[in-house]
Design a protein. Structure first.
Length: 211
């Protein structure tokens, strides 16, 4: 019987370095001989990538908070069905740049939909499906927004354009999730050099999942 793979998500505010650390972890796991699927949210599957354009481009108030939440869930259902589950079933490690915690934080807390509402929608869509390990990259939002602005990609900056209070709420909510879920989440200081962060990421993966 094929051994099921492991699912790891990276979470954090804008510019926290999730994409960089996801790529570095992929390389480290492949160096150990593992097959790795690297993906992202919103997006990851062709249909979800189409929904991504609706969510990350345009004006901040383009969507009501609830309609935005439903779009994220629609993208996630397709992403899991077409990319994540098939990869896990064949024994791959899956690394996702964001997953459901971002919806709890961005829409549930920062956009005011309510964590209970998001939780009900998430469970209706995917049941108890969740990452085996979530690495929460913690960074001062002012520094994160500065980094995000420097990397370009102006057409995908919708969430970066929300006000400072929004980004402060994001950081607190991610920290709260990490504190409330110590078996799944590891909080990592993202205000350091990429190689130092990557070393902490690897230690967490090694301790929790024994690659």
């Amino acid at each position: 019987m094929q051994r099921r793979g492991h699912f790891i998500s990276f979470e954090g505010g804008e510019g926290a370095g999730k994409s960089t650390q996801a790529r570095l972890l992929k390389a480290a796991l492949e160096g150990r001989g593992h097959r790795v699927t690297l993906t992202r949210e919103p997006g990851g599957s062709p249909g979800a990538e189409e929904i991504r354009k609706l969510l990350v481009e345009g004006e901040p108030e383009r969507w009501t908070p609830l309609s935005e939440t439903l779009l994220f869930l629609a993208a996630r259902v397709d992403h899991v069905a077409r990319v994540i589950e098939p990869a896990l079933a064949k024994g791959d490690w899956v690394i996702s740049d964001r997953f459901s915690d971002s919806t709890y934080v961005y829409q549930g807390v920062a956009r005011g939909v309510g964590v209970d509402t998001v939780d009900g929608l998430q469970k209706a869509a995917l049941g108890e499906f969740a990452p085996d390990l979530t690495l929460v990259l913690d960074l001062d939002p002012r520094e994160g927004l500065k980094r995000a602005g420097a990397r370009g990609g102006a057409h995908e900056n919708r969430f970066e354009r929300f006000d400072d209070a929004f980004h402060t709420r994001l950081r607190k909510a991610f920290r709260d999730i990490a504190a409330a879920n110590p078996k799944r989440c590891v909080l990592i200081d993202a205000g350091r050099a990429a190689e130092d962060i990557a070393a902490d990421v690897w230690r967490a993966v090694e301790k929790r999942l024994q690659p």
